[in-house]
Design a protein around this ligand. Sequence first.
Ligand code: V47
Ligand code: SF4
Length: 396
Amino acid sequence: MSTLKIFEQANLSDDHRRIAQKVEDGQRITFDEGVFLYEHGDLAFVGALANLVRERKNGNATYFNRNFHIEPTNLCVYDCKFCSYSRLIKQKSDTDAWMYSMDDMFNIVKQYDGKPVTEVHIVGGVLPQYDVPFYVELFKKIKAHRPELHIKALTPVEYHYIFKKAKISYADGMKMMLEAGCDSLPGGGAEIFHPEIREQIAADKCTGDQWLEIHEIWHNLGRKSNATMLYGHIEKWHHRVDHMERLRQLQDKTGGFQTFIPLKFRNQDNQMSHIAESTAVEDLRNYAISRIYLDNFDHVKAYWPMIGRNIAQMSMAFGVDDIDGTIDDTTKIYSMAGSEEQNPSLTTQQLVDMIRKVGRQPIERDTLYNIVQDFTNVEFAEDKEFRGYFELPVLN
Ligand code: V47
Ligand code: SF4
């Protein structure tokens, strides 16, 4: 039965029916319809529509990659209210604080020699020591050592800061990064673009417009990037839709975004700890509405270290077609913010297992979504059983 046929039998308003018809017909929904979905779209309704879009774009595939993270430092000149991970420079002696040297970072890369990782994800705090010459040298060193390793590095928050310090334009700076070996940009630093919210939670760092400008320049250099949205704190529904609307408009212009990654606000040990975290139902609704709204994005990702494995599994029925990578215990951003995943690391077999158990096809991708290996029928030598995940009932 088609999604619309199911809705015909339900007691839906005319507004719900109009939106369902649009999605079924592959038409774009408006800003007001996006807000309407947040206000009046229950989980079953938005989920069914999001799944339609997801399967139209990506069939039954769920993508993952084999990657590791380098977080150069958690010292930061900024003081974002939601950040549990950063330490201000005055807390440099704090036992939780770290600062990697060029050699430290290069040694992390070398630890993966001979291992089948395809991507290194580099993002951390913002410090004057980590400047344009530092990152140029780091990217060149990594590329000289392992040319095929995809470098996904730094956000407009870092780029804005280091280019300003070096007195170079965004355009010149991004060209230097490309020439040094940066392959793509991760989606971080986006938070909520709308100044009403951004000024309260991330006052001093790059603005929403500057974030978008740097991505646009990068896309115009022929390169790809991701986009995130930090949700579930003080923003209202219309701020979320505004955030996605700005992304949708830029994507219409450049086509350079690959993946949208909603990031659930986690409230441990930060200046917004008094704010309750969003519920699992809200998290799934948010994945679904973003899948419906961002009709020109190919992929929506559930970042499992942050959302947890169980919700990541459920999200695959609510618009998500990507669950990020193995990560290998190389990120602290979420464990310090209260995520269930204290040492985020999954083997390839565990990731494949998570995806299979909810009836999707596990596909290993590289950063640019080229297929590395289709794991649909791959048998693992050792059959390890992982408990605690959701499994589909076996239907005879
Ligand atoms: O920009 C910080 C977020 C982001 C908290 O592109 C928090 O593939 C929730 O962008 N609660 C950095 N979120 C991480 C990021 C990312 C992660 C995975 C994959 C990709 C990708 C990008 O983490 C920051 C900020 O929005 N963040 N603190 C917190 N307490
Ligand atoms: Fe610094 Fe990023 Fe944390 Fe903001 S979110 S304080 S820019 S590390």
